[in-house]
Design a protein around this ligand. Sequence first.
Ligand code: NAD
Length: 458
Amino acid sequence: MVKQLVAAQNDFFATQKTKDVSFRKQYLKKLQQEIIDQEDAICDALYADFKKPKFESLATETQFALSELKHAIKNVESWSEPERVSASWSNFPSKEWIQPEPYGKVLIISPWNYPFMLAISPLIGALAAGNTAILKPSEFSTNTSKIISRITRKVFPPEYVTVVEGGVEVSQQLLAEKWEYIFFTGSTKVGKIVYKSAAEHLTPVTLELSGKNPCIVDETASIKLAAKRIAWGKFINAGQTCIAPDYILVHKNVKDALVKHLKQHIMDFYGENMETSNDFARIATDKHYEELKAMLEGQPVLFGGTFADKDRYIAPTLVDEPQLDSTIMEGEIFGPILPIISYTEESELDTYITKYPKSLAFYVFSENKKFQKRLMYSYSFGGGAINDTVVHISNKDLPFGGVGASGIGGYHGKHTFELFSHHKSVAKRGTWVDVPLRYAPYSISMDLVKKIKHLFIF
Ligand code: NAD
């Protein structure tokens, strides 16, 4: 089946239909209308998958995708225009430009944690850029995957866009095919597998991966607000957010105040009996739930720490000064567990931060501008924020992505269009004159070649 779909998409792309910007726009509009019509059903599916609160589903999934769609529909024509550049005088007479062109058929593989948004957002850019797409959503968010499949079946012919549901095996079948572009969101471990498969065909990739995101709070920070913004960024989606703060490094003089305010804000958000809150999601998979429970074993819990197997509930939890060699500090936590580690001297921070590969996100809470700047410039990370968490994702002008182990490439807004486009360079020469300097016999222009330095650089 995979081979047939791939062949059908190759044939469809070869018809050149997707090169027509009005064709792309027409389908983006259809997708927009279908998401609007199905918004409640999408929220229901997300609730069925992991009790995702409706507000969070609207804010971080459907409305996020709709905003990307609106932006793409409005701008796809201008994005697709050739960009004229100044012609090189050595090419005189010439007009030169960059022509964005679609790659062809692209494969999009997405995870379960924001299962709608992380499947649809890259799709929007892929289609705006004129590609065809096969989308493989996660096997763990089955209800959302089904509705994504239903929506795409209704909006697109399969030779243009198809959803292929399934797990690792299906994903591997897809990866065995030749793609013109692969966009993968998921763990760093699987990202490496995807990269290897892509290398077989020299297929370009975007890899949106994971990291252990530090959140640093110094003595000067506005502690009450810091606690509120950290608690929000950590516990939204029950901590299953790739850019959630993973652990806190707090100056020892303000640790007690930070912990006090974190507890208070968590209770303000979810009530005293957090398990009954309608505003707190569940862990999406059994495997991940068990891993998180195991991480908590033997840890000094400051707050929370309770769980319920029946619906994979893990309470918003604060862990006090975990050992650096404990599983909780080994890799990304990806759940509602927040370790709090204190430091005394700024120089100590480096030991923690550099223990891990380059993170996907990085947060600093401080009123000290020099401290903010030192940290933001000293460390390499995908993206981040000063005095807040997660919010950098909301600006379409900011490319969203990782660096090093946390990923390759950045997307959102125009960046997604750019990423799914090949930038073709074209020089259109005039024929009314032909400057003879480049032709043999070279003795005629030998003296000129050093003076006119870039004349013969190809
Ligand atoms: P995952 O890597 O296990 O799976 C992602 C996708 O890859 C799924 O569709 C899955 O079916 C497929 N897959 C899994 N194993 C495979 C294999 N061996 N070969 C081929 N395909 C395979 O990730 P997940 O558990 O679904 O998602 C959570 C991870 O994703 C976290 O690490 C999180 O940080 C990361 N993530 C990153 C971003 C980002 O934007 N950078 C966003 C969300 C999640």
